[in-house]
Design a protein around this ligand. Sequence first.
Ligand code: F6R
Length: 612
Amino acid sequence: MCGIVGYIGNQKASPILINGLIRLEYRGYDSAGISTIEKNELSIMKDKGRVKNLYQLEGIDDLTGTIGIAHTRWATHGKPAKENSHPHLDNSKTFSVVHNGIIENYNELRKFLTEHGYTFYSQTDTEVIPNLVHYYYNKDENSDSLKFLRAVKNACTDLKGSYAIEILCKDYPDNMIVTRKDSPLVIGKGENENYISSDIPAILSFTRNFYLLDDLELAVLERTQVSFYNLDLKPISKDTKTIEWNATSAEKDGYEDFMLKEIYEQPTAIRETIGAKFNEASKCEFDELNFTKDSLSNISKIYIVACGTAMHAGLVGKNAIEKLCKITTEVDVASEFRYRNPLVDSHTLCIFISQSGETADTIAALKLCKEKGAKTLAISNVIGSSITREADYSIYTHAGPEIAVASTKAYTSQVMLIVILAIYFAEILEMDTDLLNTLKKDIMELPAKIEETLKLSENILDFSKKTYQEKDIFFLGRGIDETVAKEGSLKLKEISYIHSESYPAGELKHGPIALIENDITVVSIITDPNLVEKTVSNIQEVITRGAKTLIITNQNLDENMFDLTIRIPETNPFISPILSIIPLQLFSYYISKEKGLDVDKPRNLAKSVTVE
Ligand code: F6R
């Protein structure tokens, strides 16, 4: 959570910083602020609320500094308020700092600094950082070119928790220092200018060449160069990585909202994710993986670990891996998995799914599995993200930048990739060839079927107009359709603020049916031909109790029974969630719009959850 941006070059820094903040606002929007160096003095401008409040502040256009740092906040310590907004200064106004993460020992550090005469003006954990840097800077009797760096390094040694930090010092007007631990930060390289950002898309319009900083590394940015150090201040050499995404992929491109654009980008995202992994005639290939029949036969269990929507993609993956490869697979949310002492050893393969690759709980779960000797495989949408750097193997979805907080194209791409991964394993294990070949053929036809499904939006819009004022909505399904019910329910609650529950359709009568009353909306997904009759019976039970029903199906059902039936194209059950989720994404989107909400930036949420 929180987004940070930095610039050093020959242009005015403030417009570049504000441009970056606008693109990072999805990471938090409780306050925004910037600090630049103006005639060898630090300037700070900040306010609570959105970035637009910042660029309306009087005097912001007068900033002429060519070096600066900026922050958009998702509040953790201290309420959203001007005094808690970043950047924060030390007491002597020598250092300004922006920070993404949580300093877990800030109370202890605050006490230490208070005893040494420092005063605190905010309730944040961050304010200890500039003061701690100042403490070490003051103690250092040398005044060479590395004094600023030494002070930052000494301060970092005392910090516990997670951080991506940018620091300016008024005594070093041509240097910016950045460092990170368990929080994202990338360095963009330009011509005589350099950039910092929490993610790549925010600065794609300035550069496509990036340095990736590893945990506990420090970087000193000057206009013409970037120098890297480890925590012992030994220089490190680094190469840039060139990113293929183009800048327009991070723009709305004529759509009203990023979420809508991203829903409509799904045919492309799936085409790109399928890529050249296979054709009907050959076996599935992953250049990044080197599993063999022996190494796979040695795996007794697979865990898929992720959070939120990515975990729902994992549930679809479990179905494919168990049925195609006959390997027991468990799915868990990372925040539970990491604290339940999971039974993981060298015979376990642990797969971690994360769009951002920066989710704190997922990263922690991955580290735990590595410690226990498991093989680890990351699925991410972001090249060079933290989980991909930690894992033994990494494979990528090719969804392009996902900006809306609610995940859409990343989810369907994750589902696609994990099903392809299951095929890859199954082919190595020499499983049922006919089943695999049919599935591969069906996958090749999927992008066109997604396009067809997207054309069904009008009926969904009409139904949303009738439903948007409801207080509770239920989602039902069986088997693979239940995983989609879960994802549909999450999508709805996060962007429309309507309470919703998802249930296995057969479980309803064991309790939740007590909540069904006249006119309550029940959404059901029915795509598995083997379970149609059972699910329809369960829906009959809610209709009898007065429910309104929306059915997403690819089966021939008696449509007169239901209030609205959305007929999606038929496809292989292994990949049906990629089609059946689309009407539900649109349903949530239209309800949110009907309620006049900010679809892309729902309250209390941030795109990348880099705190526990
Ligand atoms: C919901 C949503 C979240 C994320 C979750 C994990 O629409 O986007 O539930 O799926 O926070 O994020 P990543 O995939 O970045 O680890």
